[in-house]
Design a protein around this ligand. Structure first.
Ligand code: FMN
Length: 211
């Protein structure tokens, strides 16, 4: 078995964190960097991630998280957001960033820019939001793997009320919208879920190999 598969078997959606154990700054920075490195459609990164270690803020969020205790027991509650105002200006910013990072003239990216702007312009706002949510979920998926890689426990969490999160986090009016969350930290010794066998469909039911 590869080391990665062992780590993926080790991880589970943690129901109870040991609140006395906190992530080090280095661990938090590594998780943040792994989010920054997530793949996204065209590389457009229409997202933002908020790491919350403040106890008062976590307590406020608990009421808007179906009272799931992980939100307060975790070391950090991580909130994944998309940008509801994402538009052509953001594409332009990305093009400028690409030109600068790769030392290419901005004009050489004009065709690529047109493709991206055309792609966005063909979507209505609902489709654009759905596209952005897909990007954010890709980041969530790679985040879970990054957590497992560092032996950090996590619980992907859709059981939140995004509009209430937006209020608590001061996002209202900024264009940023909460979508999904993921408390991280270290499992509590008495979390019985850590010992449950993984329930997964057999390989032949979910994977086809066309040779
Ligand atoms: C998008 C998403 C949302 C989830 N929301 C919650 C949640 O709100 N609360 C919770 O306890 N688990 C939540 N889970 C965890 C799943 O129930 C869990 O991943 C699934 O049962 C598989 O178990 P495992 O992750 O422990 O292997 C969520 C998982 C995903 C991927």
């Amino acid at each position: 078995m590869t080391q990665l598969i062992e780590k993926l078997n080790w991880r589970y959606a943690t129901k109870s964190f040991d609140s006395s154990k906190k992530l080090s700054d280095e661990q938090v920075n590594t998780l943040a960097e792994s989010l920054r490195l997530s793949a996204s459609s065209f590389g457009l990164q229409p997202w933002k991630f908020i790491f919350i270690s403040n106890d008062e803020t976590k307590k406020e969020l608990l009421a808007h998280s179906w009272n799931q205790g992980q939100v307060v027991d975790c070391s950090h509650q991580v909130v994944f957001c998309y940008n509801e105002n994402f538009n052509e200006d953001d594409v332009q910013k990305f093009l400028e960033d690409t030109a600068k990072t790769r030392g290419a003239p901005l004009e050489s990216l004009a065709g690529y820019g047109d493709v991206m702007k055309g792609f966005l312009s063909r979507m209505n706002s609902e489709q654009k939001i759905s596209w952005m949510k897909n990007q954010v979920y890709i980041a969530l998926g790679s985040f879970l793997v990054s957590c497992a890689d560092q032996a950090i426990d996590a619980c992907p969490m859709e059981g939140i009320i995004p509009a209430e999160y937006d209020k608590v986090l001061g996002l209202e009016g900024t264009g940023w919208k909460s979508l999904v969350a993921c408390p991280v930290g270290f499992r509590s010794a008495d979390d019985k879920y850590s010992e449950l066998a993984k329930v997964r469909f057999p390989m032949e039911d979910i994977v086809d190999f066309i040779k």
